[in-house]
Write a protein of this length. Structure first.
Length: 302
């Protein structure tokens, strides 16, 4: 079995009702910082935040308007963590000039000592694109073009006659992970990215999606390059005693480790985990239980 590392999307920063826990609307920077520090000391590989600029009024009942700025939040977290990587899951490249994105994430990488990860996506809120003056129907092409420009800007101070400093610490700049579970997103990840971030279960299942990505990488001569093969899992260590949803893996550490190992066995290397919780303290307790009781068992599976 391949080694697998664990990351998590932070609470509070993005409060879509599809993912936020009931305690989050009353929380703020103190809770966000506490969870990030717990991930840092608990051995998580990365923490991540989302990206939206302005939520249309008709979508606000479902998405809410609470979406802290991605780069400002990650930079703030860089000052209070030591080893955990700082990722966007995901940053919408088509919203901005790729030179603006390169400047922001090169700076983040420099300030964090090489901890930046640029997770990117195509976006889905058409009215947001319209408000920003971007053609929604060209978002795929714009994303591909932006990745190419980002590669150039991360690799060299100069892109044509335009220079950018500070330079990223990581060679070649922050890795670019492509988000999305559609065939188009997986193709983008395989041909242009350094990793894949599934967003929701792929229609054909994780094993088939991972195999498809590997075939695409092989066919384009990229199979030997480093690649973060993403997975997602919702976990509650122990017996929750309350409704955590049908898709949550629960139980003793052995049972949770078996579930994680099953995904690792099909090729997942970077598992983004989430923990249902009724309070911030419960979330931090679940993170600690996972780090201390489950993760040590995973390496022995498979």
């Amino acid at each position: 079995m391949s080694d697998v590392v664990f990351g998590m999307q932070l609470p509070v920063q993005a409060q879509s009702k599809l993912m936020a826990q009931p305690w989050e609307p009353d929380a703020g920077p103190a809770e966000l910082a506490a969870v990030a520090r717990a991930a840092d000391t608990g051995g998580f590989d990365y923490v991540s935040v989302c990206d939206h600029v302005a939520i249309p009024r008709d979508l606000a009942p479902r998405m809410t308007t609470t979406w802290y700025d991605t780069v400002a939040t990650l930079s703030w977290l860089a000052a209070m963590t030591e080893r955990v990587r700082l990722a966007s899951t995901v940053y919408i490249l088509a919203y901005r000039s790729p030179l603006l994105t390169a400047k922001a994430f090169s700076t983040l990488d420099a300030l964090s000592g090489g901890g930046g990860v640029l997770g990117v996506g195509g976006g889905h809120v058409e009215a947001e694109f319209a408000a920003l003056g971007v053609d929604f129907h060209r978002r795929g092409r714009l994303t591909d073009e932006a990745i190419t420009t980002l590669r150039a800007a991360f690799a060299d101070e100069w892109v044509g006659d335009l220079g950018q400093t500070p330079r990223p610490v990581q060679s070649g700049g922050p890795p670019i992970w492509v988000g999305g579970s559609t065939p188009a997103a997986r193709k983008r990840a395989a041909t242009l990215g350094d990793g894949w971030l599934p967003q929701g279960p792929p229609e054909e299942g994780m094993a088939a999606a991972v195999a498809d990505l590997n075939r695409l990488r092989q066919s384009t001569g990229r199979a030997e390059l480093p690649f973060a093969m993403g997975g997602t899992m919702r976990i509650y260590v122990g017996d929750p005693g309350w409704d955590v949803g049908a898709w949550c893996v629960t139980g003793k550490p052995d049972a949770v480790a078996d579930a994680v190992a099953a995904d690792a066995a099909i090729g997942v290397t970077h598992m983004q985990v989430s923990f249902p919780s009724r309070t911030c303290d419960e979330l931090i307790d679940q993170m600690a239980a996972f780090s201390e009781e489950v993760v040590p068992l995973v390496g022995g599976r498979g």
